[in-house]
Design a protein around this ligand. Structure first.
Ligand SMILES: [Mn+2]
Length: 485
């Protein structure tokens, strides 16, 4: 587990040198930060924004779905000296270096880089752990890379460690023991603890455990998905009563912190028993326990106190395209900004539970191909929600998927998002979803890529059916190849 000392040393050495270079390039310049709309992308942009503020650099932030030709061409015609890409860029290396040929480019990304890169730009700096043999899909979020860079530029930026952690848990990099962060992410955790910004505890991984009534915690927990409880308030109330943990006291819904130590223990044991009764393996049932990351500078009752909840809030703002709210939150604004963010979060939650119900009621929306389970959410959700829906479905067992899962949403230009279902607990025949999706989408007029476990892209309406067939076929070939080895 983790990374070997040599790779780590080389990477950190590179980071130190690169920080100096980046400082020279951005100081006093006019920059644009191009980032992704998920929690990691938004945290990364906020970190870089704060770093640039401290350097006196003027900047704009552009939040996009992916870097494509039209976005790059648009941007290259504007008056920027420096282009900073966060949480994206490595996969579009050739593209970027070709289109933006006159200005400085900085890529901060943790997605697998292209194998043969063709740098025609000259003034390009790329920060990507994969180049140093470090797996960026589990050891480092883009927010952690942004954090390490900013900290090397100015020690004051250590204040940004909490945001690095928010991005890392948002990208579900809590893949260490007991759902802890590992690798480069751990540096941000250690800095956070040392500076008193962060408290790390073992506990029940219930959503909103510090901020919400206990009933809502159960109802809103998506990871792990609690069959029969998640999304069902009535069932959660009954469950608590049945195990003798009174959910209401003096007309008020009780919070976790109001429980006695004995009640807390009982809740934990009964939850594990409940999950076992629903067919979970012992290991899956125990996944209800894990490492919690609390941000001590936030109000204890704020949804931003728990890093995972903070990430969900950012994610909701991003998916609903309220980027400035997300960035403002990252930069430390609270009050009205926080209120708006929480409104977004509520709206987003409603959207997801509605769509889950609709999918369960309409069999036609589920296409069970030989190697892919396709969930057709066209017309049900905005395209940017496809990724979240895919993550929930992959971890929920709602469709009991035993093969890669694909969600499609949008109209005309379709958004596709793939996940390996958690049930398999190992990668489906060693298949790298990012590579497969890249291949199948490219062949049918679309674009795609990503990690082994999670990938996404776009495809046009007309090519969709062909895309599904190619995808299914390519996975079939890979399995055959795998079986032959
Ligand atoms: Mn990311």
């Amino acid at each position: 587990m983790g990374i070997d000392e040599g790779s780590l040393g080389n990477f950190l050495e590179y980071m130190r040198k690169t920080a100096n270079k980046v400082k020279g390039v951005v100081e006093g310049a006019h920059a644009v930060v191009v980032t992704h709309y998920d929690a990691d992308g938004l945290s990364s942009a906020a970190i870089i924004a704060k770093m640039l503020q401290r350097l006196g650099t003027t900047f704009h932030i552009r939040v996009v779905e992916q870097v494509d030709q039209s976005i790059l061409t648009d941007l290259s015609e504007l008056d920027y000296d420096v282009f900073i890409f966060t949480d994206m860029g490595s996969g579009a290396f050739d593209f970027i270096s070709k289109i933006i040929s006159r200005q400085n480019i900085i890529i901060i990304d943790h997605h697998p880089p292209l194998k043969n890169r063709n740098n025609t730009a000259g003034r390009l700096i790329e920060i990507n752990p994969f180049i140093f043999g470090i797996d960026g899909s589990s050891n480092s979020s883009a927010s952690t890379l942004s954090y390490l860079l900013s900290k090397n530029i100015d020690k004051r930026n250590t204040s940004l460690a909490p945001l690095a952690i928010v991005g890392a848990v948002g990208d579900r990099q809590d893949m260490g023991e007991y759902y802890s962060l590992k690798g480069l992410n751990k540096i941000a955790v250690e800095d956070g603890i040392k500076r008193g910004y962060l408290k790390v505890e073992m506990g029940l991984r219930l959503f909103g455990i510090r901020s919400k009534p206990l009933v809502s915690c159960l109802e809103n927990t998506m990871d792990p998905f609690l069959p029969g409880l998640t999304g069902n308030e009535g069932a959660c109330l009954l469950f608590l009563k049945k195990i003798g943990v009174e959910p209401v006291e003096e007309g008020r819904l009780k919070t976790y912190s109001m429980l006695s130590e004995e009640e807390k223990k009982r809740l934990a044991t009964e939850l594990v028993k409940y999950l076992l009764s629903k067919g979970f393996s012992a290991k899956m049932a125990e996944s209800i326990f894990g490492t919690m990351y609390f941000l001590t500078q936030e109000d204890v009752n704020s949804p931003l106190y728990d890093a995972r909840e903070y990430a969900t809030v950012l994610n909701a703002c991003g998916r609903l395209e309220h980027y400035s709210i997300a960035i403002a939150l990252g930069l430390g604004y609270r009050g009205k900004v926080l209120q708006k963010a929480l409104d977004d979060f509520l709206q987003y939650k409603k959207l997801l539970s509605t769509v889950l119900n609709k999918l369960r009621q309409n069999e036609k929306r589920i296409i069970n191909m030989e190697h892919v389970l396709v969930v057709d959410a066209r017309g049900l959700i905005p395209p940017k929600v496809a990724g979240s829906l895919a993550s929930i479905l992959a971890s929920s067992r709602i469709f009991n998927a035993d093969k890669p899962l694909l969600v499609v949403a949008g109209k005309g230009k379709l958004k596709i998002s793939m996940r390996q279902p958690a049930k398999l607990r190992k990668i489906y025949y060693g298949i790298h979803l990012g590579e497969i999706l890249h291949h199948a989408a490219n062949k049918t007029g679309g674009m795609g890529g990503g990690h082994a476990m999670a990938a996404g892209g776009t495809i046009f309406d007309g090519g969709f059916e062909r895309f599904l067939n190619v995808l299914n076929e390519v996975i079939g070939w890979r399995i055959k190849g795998f079986k032959n080895v």
